[in-house]
Design a protein around this ligand. Structure first.
Ligand code: FES
Length: 84
């Protein structure tokens, strides 16, 4: 059964309930999480987040619907070469 809202755990530890199809950037801002952005068109990768281990681009992807009680856990993608 599809649920009307998806529970999301954000990198700052906040939880929120978001309607499937919502925009990731706006949903994150509502809980005080600012996802970095660049092109806002899906090509630069600045907005990449990890959702339950899967990398997606927050500016072009939307919150998926879930058909079970699973939680979506969001982390920032860390690039191992970025800090060198
Ligand atoms: S901001 Fe460039 S891919 Fe999302």
């Amino acid at each position: 059964m599809k649920r009307d809202f998806v529970e999301i755990e954000w990198p700052n530890g906040e939880h929120s309930f978001v309607a499937p199809g919502s925009n990731w950037l706006g949903s994150a801002l509502e809980v005080g999480v600012e996802i970095p952005t660049g092109c806002l068109g899906g090509s630069c990768g600045a907005c990449e987040i990890e959702v339950n281990g899967e990398v997606l681009r927050a500016c072009i992807d939307n919150v998926p619907s879930l058909d079970n009680s699973k939680l979506l856990k969001v982390d920032f993608v860390t690039d191992p070469y970025w800090d060198q």
